[in-house]
Design a protein around this ligand. Structure first.
Ligand SMILES: [Zn+2]
Length: 325
C-alpha cells in the first residue's frame, strides 16, 4: 500500500467524514439487498441442487449415452448374428438346454454365453443328420445328446459338422457284428457312426472314470472326416496337427503295448486309432490328470482340438474356433 493511503473498514465507519460514510452506506446496501445478498462469496454462483448432486446427474447422463450408442447396438448385433436358430426354436430350446444340462457335464460347466453357442451348434448338427433307431423307440432326447457329444469334441473348431457322416445309428444296447462276432458298444465305419444308447448314457453319467463311448466314437468320426471327407478349407493345419499327435503319442503307445501301467485304458493298446479315441475319453474326463502325467501329449490334443478342458470356457484360439466373425 502506498504511503498516505487510508484503510476504510466497511463495518466500522466511526470517525469517517459524513460524505464518505454516505458512500459506504450506499455500497453496503447494494450487497445486502441486491442479487448477491445471501451469497457467502462474490465468486460462487448459486445452484438449486448441491454440486455433488449435479455431478451425479452428469455421470448418469454420460452412462445413458454410453448404453444408447455403444451397449445396445452391441447386444443387438450379438443376438441377431449369433443365434437366430435358437430364436426359432421356442419351447424346444428350453427342453434341449435342460437335457444337455442334466446329462452333459461339459455343457453344464460352460458360461451362459458359451452354452448358447454350444446349443446353436447342436441344433445345426442334428438338423444336418439322419438318426436311425434300432430296437429303440424314437426319442427326441437322443439326437440332442448324441449331437452334444460331437459338438463337445469339435467345440474349438470352425468346421464341426462331420459332413462325411450323414447318418448316425443308435442301438438300444450292445450288439454284435457278423464280421467278427465281437460285442460292441459302438463303432465307426464308412457306413456311419453306431452307438449303443445304454452305454452312451452310462458314459456321461460317470464323468470321471475316463470311459465314455460317445466321445470315443466321435473321436473316430472326427479322424474319418478329416482323412476321408472333403478338405477342410477353414482349417488347413488340422491334418498336420493330427500327425503331430502320432509323433508325440508313438512312444506312449509303444509303452502301452509292452504292458506298462498307464493313465489310459488298456484298450488304447489295440491299435493307434484306438489309442487316439481312448486318449480323447481321458482328455475330457480327467484333463488335469492327463496334463500332469503326460503334458506333451495333452498339449498336442489341446492344439489339435483348439481347446483345453481345464479352462472355464475351453477355447484357446477364438479365431480358429470361428468366434470372431
Ligand atoms: Zn474305438
Amino acid at each position: 500500500m502506498p504511503p498516505g493511503d487510508t484503510i476504510i473498514y466497511l463495518s466500522d465507519t466511526a470517525g469517517v467524514p459524513p460524505e464518505v460514510s454516505h458512500i459506504i452506506d450506499s455500497i453496503t446496501s447494494v450487497y445486502e439487498t441486491g442479487p448477491y445478498s445471501s451469497m457467502p462469496s462474490m465468486n460462487r454462483p448459486q445452484y438449486i441442487y448441491p454440486e455433488w448432486v449435479l455431478f451425479l446427474f452428469i455421470l448418469a447422463g454420460l452412462f445413458i449415452l454410453f448404453v444408447i450408442y455403444v451397449g445396445l447396438p452391441h447386444l443387438r448385433k450379438q443376438r441377431v448374428l449369433k443365434y437366430p436358430v435358437l430364436d426359432e426354436l421356442g419351447a424346444d430350446a428350453v427342453r434341449y438346454r435342460y437335457w444337455l444340462g442334466q446329462h452333459n457335464p461339459y455343457y453344464a460347466a460352460l458360461s451362459e454365453t458359451m452354452k448358447e453357442r454350444f446349443l446353436d451348434r447342436v441344433v445345426k448338427f442334428m438338423r444336418s443328420k439322419e438318426f436311425r433307431y434300432h430296437k429303440l423307440e424314437v426319442d427326441e432326447k437322443v439326437p440332442v445328446l448324441l449331437s452334444g457329444a460331437a459338438i463337445q469334441l469339435t467345440f474349438g473348431l470352425r468346421n464341426y459338422m462331420l459332413d462325411y457322416f450323414p447318418v448316425i445309428h443308435i442301438i438300444r444296447q450292445e450288439y454284435t457284428l457278423d464280421i467278427d462276432k465281437e460285442t460292441y458298444y459302438g463303432h465307426v465305419s464308412k457306413n456311419g457312426i453306431y452307438i449303443s444308447w445304454t452305454h452312451f448314457m452310462e458314459g456321461f453319467s460317470d464323468y470321471s472314470d475316463s470311459v465314455n463311448v460317445g466321445l470315443h466314437e466321435m473321436a473316430h468320426a472326427v479322424s474319418y472326416d478329416i482323412f476321408l471327407g472333403e478338405k477342410d478349407r477353414h482349417d488347413r493345419g488340422f491334418i498336420e496337427r493330427l500327425k503331430g499327435f502320432r509323433e508325440e503319442g508313438t512312444p506312449v503307445f509303444r509303452a502301452l503295448r509292452r504292458g506298462a501301467t498307464h493313465l489310459l485304458d488298456d484298450y488304447a493298446a489295440t491299435n493307434f486309432d484306438e489309442f487316439w479315441a481312448v486318449s480323447i475319453e481321458t482328455f475330457f474326463e480327467n484333463p488335469a490328470g492327463f496334463r500332469d502325467t503326460m503334458p506333451g501329449l495333452y498339449q498336442c490334443i489341446c492344439d489339435i482340438l483348439n481347446q483345453d478342458p481345464t479352462r472355464p470356457d475351453k477355447i484357446i484360439d477364438k479365431r480358429l474356433a470361428g468366434l470372431t466373425d
